[in-house]
Design a protein around this ligand. Structure first.
Ligand code: BGP
Length: 477
């Protein structure tokens, strides 16, 4: 409460521009539960948590999670309490299309999302819908997942079903959440499902091309078949750290820029830049390494001119997820195998001296927003995720410090740097199933009691803080 007090009594404030929007986010697998309810098919996170429990920190699953499958109405009450402008959630592909293919649509899945969407709208909250937030139907993984280019076509089929069913009421769509987490996480680090890495340095780039094509196909589909009747907007959400050079040596400064290009430019360059292709530095370095490793062709699959044409310009906004700043140094890896790390040639560390924790670096966020502005001609940016993870508790002081700092950085980027940022989304409205960390890491504005069958939700200090910011639309200077 003292934070709210500070806000009320501050005599100098910074005001968010008119029309600026505030929201919160979740993802289907992390909150819904109902993993096999009413016709839902199996997805890769169901498979991973059931078959390899040791890979999840607390051996938990998302079988029930926050039980939003049953408690969606309670969630709407929380959203109403915060008074957010919009709620960003994702569709469970296998709840709608149990086999992954559009051959059969599950009526109970449709009913579930219709209830949620209608409930939001009748409470004045706009639905912002992510089509894909990491829960690929298992049958598609069995075909190679995102390394198989055909998945882009099945994704397009899924998008057609979603636009057709919900597009009369959903006016903002995010095709794919965090391509880097999907491709690097799955096919390079094994952090994501299915948690095995077959071909480091190879699979992730195949995945990357499929993701770019999948996004572009869904965007073009909306343009060709839905935009003229539905009048919505479609974008992709890209995650990025801010890469701060570890020292001011030329090699570290170049390495930090390379880190940005390999992390964010990989996706944003083909979609948002005039070149319509991968960043030059990626093309050059991967081609050189591939040659040394006796490949005839670069491990980075080329985008041919018709693919460039398909992908380029497929955005109505730039969805940006941001959490951390890293100090980046130039680094040469001595592996004798292919590797993304070796291709990138960088080493990241966090600075233990950053206070109150190395995770809270608002100035990095401001630099990132400026970098996006400069690189991609000041696109309309919606921050689709930003938040702080801790071990839990209702007095979440560090989360309040985090949110205050990052919102202020964002606001200054608008007011002083002319960045075109129109929305801010907190990850997450409530504690949820944090992937491989299970329920050990909490990101919520609301606490969820996971031992209570009713999954009681309780506001934390950060919920009161965010609510107050939304109400007043100002921050103290
Ligand atoms: C994002 C995901 C969210 C959530 C969040 C947690 O990358 O889209 O689903 O898991 O990360 O943040 P962190 O990356 O700090 O673990």
């Amino acid at each position: 409460w003292c934070y709210v007090f500070v806000l009320c009594c501050a005599n100098k404030t910074l005001k968010f521009p008119d029309g600026f929007r505030f929201g919160v986010a979740t993802a289907a697998y992390q909150v819904e539960g109902g993993w096999n309810a009413s016709g839902k098919g199996e997805n890769i996170w169901d498979r991973l948590t059931h078959s390899y429990p040791d890979l999840i920190t607390d051996h938990s699953t998302g079988d029930v999670a926050c039980d939003s499958y049953d408690l969606w109405n309670t969630d709407i009450k929380l959203l109403k309490y915060l008074n957010v402008d919009y709620y960003r959630f994702s569709l469970s592909w296998s709840r709608l299309l149990p086999s992954g293919f559009a051959t059969h649509v599950n009526p109970d899945g449709v009913r579930y999302y219709n209830n949620l969407i209608d409930g939001l709208l009748s409470n004045g909250i706009a639905p912002v819908v992510t089509l894909y937030h990491w829960d690929l139907p298992q049958p598609l993984q069995d075909l190679g997942g995102w390394t198989n280019p055909l998945i882009a076509d099945y994704f397009e089929d899924f998008a057609r079903v979603a636009f057709g069913l919900f597009g009369d009421r959903v006016k903002a769509w995010i095709t794919i959440n965090e391509p880097a987490s999907i491709c690097v996480g799955t096919y390079e680090n094994g952090e994501g499902a299915p948690a095995y890495v077959e071909s480091p340095g190879i699979g992730l780039y195949l995945c990357g091309k499929t993701i770019l094509l999948a996004h572009a196909k869904a965007y073009r589909l909306y343009d060709n078949e839905f935009r003229h009747t539905q009048y919505g907007i479609v974008g992709i959400t890209i995650d990025s750290i801010w890469a701060e050079p570890k020292t001011n040596s030329t090699v570290d400064v170049i390495a930090a820029e390379r880190e940005m290009q390999f992390g964010l430019g990989w996706w944003a360059n083909p979609i948002f830049s005039a070149s319509g292709d991968y960043p030059e530095i990626m093309k050059v370095r991967i081609a050189e390494n591939s040659k040394r490793e006796n490949f005839t062709k670069s491990r980075l699959p080329a985008l041919n001119p018709s693919e460039v044409k398909l992908i380029q310009g497929t955005f109505d906004f730039f969805g940006l997820n941001h959490y951390h700043t890293w100090l980046i140094a130039d680094h040469e890896y001595q592996y004798n195998r292919s590797s993304y790390q070796k291709d990138k040639g960088t080493l990241g560390t966090q600075n233990p001296d950053w206070k109150p924790t190395p995770e809270i670096v608002p100035w990095g966020f401001r630099k990132l927003l400026n970098w996006v502005k400069t690189q991609y001609n000041n696109p309309l940016v919606v921050v689709t995720e930003n938040g702080f993870g801790d071990a839990g508790g209702l007095k979440d002081r560090n989360r309040v410090i985090f949110l205050y700092g990052f919102m202020k950085a964002l606001l200054l980027s608008i007011l002083e740097d002319n960045c075109n940022v129109k929305g801010y989304t907190v990850w997450s409205i409530m504690d949820n199933m944090e992937w491989r960390s299970g329920f050990t890491v909490k990101f919520g504005l609301f606490d969820v009691n996971f031992t209570d069958p009713r999954r009681q939700r309780t506001p934390k200090a950060s919920a009161e803080f965010y609510r107050h910011v939304i109400q007043t639309r100002v921050l103290p200077e």
